[in-house]
Design a protein around this ligand. Structure first.
Ligand code: NAG
Ligand code: NAG
Ligand code: NAG
Length: 335
């Protein structure tokens, strides 16, 4: 019975040999080297049932150097080699091929070293998202891009031919997105946009050596304003306006009589009535009408209207009447 259990435990130990050590301290597991924005971080898991006093020591090397001391006696499960003081440690090189290792320590005892995979910083680092901001100017939008900050060097130093891929779309129409790639400058103006429309944009960075593009930037939206008219459009509008004004003046001069008759239609008396009025007073009815002083009655009515509306004599109403009467006289004289 107990022999069977012992045999089982031995078999398990053989199978899981990597986690169980000959000494008293178990090795860390899942050791891997990662890089984000050109930093270099070793990460691992604590061994199963680890003592709470367990500490870790890490080391790193390039393909051409021996191991160099990293973090010593730390209780966390990661060590950022790019954060180590560069006065003691040689600085991390952007094109270096790195390997890390870690061991667990409990008092004076320590586990074996566990080595990580190796990574080449510029090829394997995960490039973080760039930052973008949009400024609309008329029916165009200017996209400004800020590169992610690198732990070692800078994006433009590591990736000389880095380019931006700008994707933009009308808000809520992302499936119809357009993109412009191979942009090297970090300020780009998007043309051919509709005025008064909300556009959204997102940027990713492509590099020549890193097979993966950067993380996409946040999506930023901006509304275009009115289309700014180009100078020749403004000139055309001015020309058309002036031509119309001139045409209007010419028409007014040529047809001034017709216009006048249109404006003062009350004076356009029937021809036979005008002739009758201009004829010498030779009828008894006319004489009778003169004797009864009908003009005085009409004048009297006008006075009443003026009093009621408190319009003084010689006001607009009076002036219009005078003008129309004068014109009638002229028209009559010409005939
Ligand atoms: C790390 O811990 C070990 C064992 O406790 C000790 O001997 C060593 O001096 C420590 N190293 C540092 C740098 O603290
Ligand atoms: C991105 O840029 C905007 C404006 O320039 C700024 O307000 C914002 O904090 C930046 N975001 C990040 C993550 O850097
Ligand atoms: C740019 O981004 C768009 C949308 O994400 C993608 O379809 C296109 O392949 C990218 N172009 C390049 C050159 O990376």
């Amino acid at each position: 019975m107990s022999a069977g259990v012992c045999a089982f435990i031995l078999t398990l130990s053989a199978l899981c040999g990597s986690t169980v050590v000959s000494g008293n301290v178990s090795r860390p597991t899942n050791v891997h080297l990662t890089s984000y924005n050109m930093n270099l971080v070793l990460r691992w898991n604590s061994p199963k049932g680890a003592d709470s006093n367990l500490v870790y020591t890490t080391q790193y090397k390039t393909s051409v150097t021996n191991y160099i001391e990293g973090c010593v006696n730390i209780s966390t499960l990661e060590c950022d080699f790019t954060r180590l003081s560069t006065s003691v440690h040689p600085s991390i090189i952007e094109y270096g091929k790195y390997t890390g290792r870690v061991r667990a320590q409990l008092g004076s005892e320590s586990s074996d070293w566990v080595e990580s995979d190796h990574i080449t910083l510029d090829k394997d680092t995960i490039i973080g998202s760039p930052n973008i901001s949009l400024i609309s100017a008329g029916a165009t939008i200017e996209v400004s891009i800020t590169d992610p900050v690198f732990a070692v060097s800078a994006l433009r130093n590591v990736y000389i031919f880095a380019s931006y891929n700008i994707t933009y779309w009308k808000d809520s129409q992302k499936e119809k997105a357009k993109y412009i790639s191979n942009i090297q400058q970090n300020r780009v103006v998007l043309h051919d946009l509709d005025p008064w429309t909300k556009y959204c944009a997102q940027v990713q960075i492509n590099t020549e050596t890193n097979p993966n593009p950067s993380k996409p930037s946040r999506t930023v939206c901006e509304i275009t304003t009115s289309e700014e008219p180009s100078p020749w459009v403004a000139a055309l509008v001015t020309f058309v306006f002036m031509a119309m004004a001139v045409a209007l003046v010419v028409v007014a001069v040529v047809y001034r009589k017709s216009i006048f008759h249109f404006l003062c239609p009350k004076d356009a008396l029937p021809q036979h009535f005008k002739e009758y009025l201009l004829a010498p007073p030779n009828s008894t009815i006319y004489l009778a009408m003169r004797n009864s002083h009908p003009p005085e009655e009409i004048y009297h009515q006008v006075s009443i209207i003026a009093d009621n509306t408190t319009v003084e004599e010689g006001g607009p109403l009076e002036a219009a009447k005078t003008t129309c009467s004068k014109q009638r006289e002229i028209t009559a004289g010409e005939r």
